[in-house]
Design a protein. Structure first.
Length: 213
């Protein structure tokens, strides 16, 4: 374990209890609802986080909190060392400024040397898949064709109750993050990231931009 570091896992949904145990002492999983999960007591979390800051405890612990991510981040009194945003930024609508709002909230709740990892569908790879479908590459196999069409639709649009609101490619990610928020800087982008059997994601590693006094 690398010191008494803390991590906020945004929109975490169902996660493995040991996903971050090697790197962080305190991990807070934040989601608007956990199917079959339990709601964390935020007041108790305040006290627990304070104990980590005072180095009173250092063992690994994970807390699950059910709350709106914006309400939590703007009201929470302590800061985190790292934010993990796995498949949440694509749900932010670019035309309404939600991407910038989320970047600002992430800035508010992280230390000056904070870092963030964003995982989103790679629209460039999805677009190539669409062109392959149009070329007839999968037409001879109905099962394969159905799976590819489902993949394209689910990763471009998602569902009516929880739609995707923005499209992400490496160049667009730089536009969103470098100019929309103004605080975060892209350190690296990893392509062909696989999650749950789908290798159409990209991982964007961000660091906070140094503030000139």
């Amino acid at each position: 374990m690398t010191g008494n570091k803390t991590l906020l896992n945004l929109g975490s949904g169902k996660v493995g209890i040991d996903d971050f145990s090697d790197d962080y002492s305190l991990v807070v999983h934040l989601d608007a609802g956990y199917p079959g999960g339990e709601e964390g007591d935020i007041g108790d979390l305040f006290q627990l986080h304070g104990r980590y800051l005072r180095d009173e405890i250092s063992y690994h612990q994970e807390v699950f909190v059910t709350a709106d991510i914006f309400d939590f981040m703007y009201a929470y009194p302590y800061k985190f060392h790292h934010i993990n945003a796995d498949r949440i930024f694509e749900h932010m609508f670019y035309d309404s400024g939600q991407i910038g709002q989320l970047l600002d909230a992430c800035n508010q709740i992280t230390h000056d040397d904070g870092t963030m990892t964003i995982i989103v569908p790679d629209a460039e790879k999805l677009s190539k898949l669409v062109l392959n479908i149009e070329s007839g590459m999968y037409c001879q196999n109905a099962i394969d064709m159905n799976s590819k069409v489902l993949l394209v639709n689910s990763e471009f649009q998602n569902t009516r109750s929880d739609p995707h609101g923005s499209t992400w490619t490496p160049i667009m990610a730089h536009h969103y993050i470098d100019s929309e928020g103004g605080t975060w800087h892209i350190d690296a982008i990893e392509r062909d990231v696989s999650l749950k059997g789908r290798d159409i994601y990209m991982k964007i590693k961000c660091i906070k931009t140094a503030v000139t006094p």
